[in-house]
Ligand binder design. Structure first.
Ligand code: IMP
Ligand code: MG
Length: 333
């Protein structure tokens, strides 16, 4: 059982890494946590997909795609994704929360959330409030969700032997508990929170993959150590835009101190680093360690030594297949 989580502020490429693992390992079941404020981007066969409800494992046509009990969906976004990516293989837990229009409206009227925190305005926090106050309607309350309803934690236990991937959302430092409060999202985004949302006890998780990017980005407000002026980020080719909001992302160099703290908070068994090609242009599209430029290999080795965990997956380009997979070489599988 794999749990994939983000070690910075979101947008490190969890979607891409999850999709890669799905293509390589052919899991029986993939589970998405979180909510539609998070867009996970997957580029497969030249087409870019942004998923807000279903797991990025859709690239493997045989995987069952499930939404965790602790997750939240919007009916329209869920239905569109189930139709496009998960026909005949989509499940939603009875207890998955449902965001309604009034949650989106309440959030967008809230100056603290929209102006100070810089919320994506997707109604997630407002729906979480209702959930805590025990008045949120859940998936089981909606007639149109009947065909999809399942006991997802039971499915996970039943299929654990065939491989299960649980996909986290957002990032460690956007965690409600461990992030830069109040500039955070409305859930715990660390590995323990993700396992809890899916209904998995901590001892049933075999592998925690902690995903970093070769530089740090953040959308919305809150501290970003080492933040570069926008012109400098542009010069380095580090300008990205939010997958859901289209807002430009703020950028900073890779931050070892944050990475160390993320390791402490998530206890990863493996580390992935994406966008290696953004730091080392000659790494672009490479899939073998030997083909990476020497300075890129040195940089990765140094991070591995500093963090004390094996760096097993390296992203070298936007496509799902643009990955150097060192799991076997490093004895992880
Ligand atoms: P909210 O969770 O939509 O209320 O947003 C709260 C904060 O988390 C804001 O700074 C958002 O920009 C940030 N945030 C929420 N979801 C994501 C995500 O998927 N990627 C990056 N930042 C996010
Ligand atoms: Mg994203």
């Amino acid at each position: 059982m794999y749990v994939v989580v983000d070690g910075f502020f979101g947008d490190t490429g969890k979607g891409k890494i999850t999709a890669y693992l799905a293509l390589r390992d052919s899991p029986k079941l993939c589970v998405r946590t979180g909510a539609p404020n998070a867009g996970h981007t997957v580029v497969h066969n030249g087409v870019q997909h942004v998923l807000r409800s279903l797991p990025s494992c859709f690239v493997d046509p045989s995987a069952v795609l499930a939404v965790a009990p602790g997750a939240l969906i919007r009916l329209d976004v869920f239905a569109a994704e189930a139709e496009r990516y998960g026909r005949g293989r989509t499940k939603v837990d009875y207890n998955t929360g449902v965001i309604e229009d009034r949650h989106v409206e309440a959030e967008r009227r809230d100056e603290h959330l929209m102006k100070t925190v810089g919320s994506t305005g997707q109604g997630v926090g407002a729906a979480m409030v209702d959930r805590v106050l025990r008045r949120l309607r859940l998936a089981r309350d909606f007639e149109e969700l009947k065909p999809y309803l399942a006991d997802v934690p039971a499915m996970i236990r039943g299929l654990a032997d065939g491989g299960v991937i649980v996909e986290g959302t957002q990032g460690t430092f956007l965690s409600l508990y461990h992030g830069t409060y109040p500039y955070v999202t409305s859930r715990d985004t660390t590995a323990s929170g993700v396992a809890s949302e899916a209904g998995i006890g901590p001892k049933d998780v075999d592998e925690v993959v902690l995903v970093f990017k070769s530089f740090v980005t953040r959308v919305g407000n809150g501290p970003l150590p080492g933040e570069l002026p926008p012109e400098e980020a542009e010069r380095r080719g580090w300008v990205e835009r939010g997958a859901v909001t289209g807002r430009p992302r703020r950028a900073a160099p890779f931050n070892l101190e944050l990475a160390r703290r993320a390791v402490a908070l998530n206890s990863p068994t493996q580390i992935a680093i994406t966008k290696l090609d953004a730091l080392f242009g000659d790494a672009a599209g490479k899939t073998r360690w030997e083909d990476l430029p020497a300075d890129a290999r040195r940089w990765v080795d140094q991070i591995e030594a500093e963090l004390g965990r094996p760096v097993t997956l390296l992203g070298t380009g936007p496509e799902v297949g643009h990955v150097v997979d060192l799991r076997r070489a490093k004895g992880v599988i």
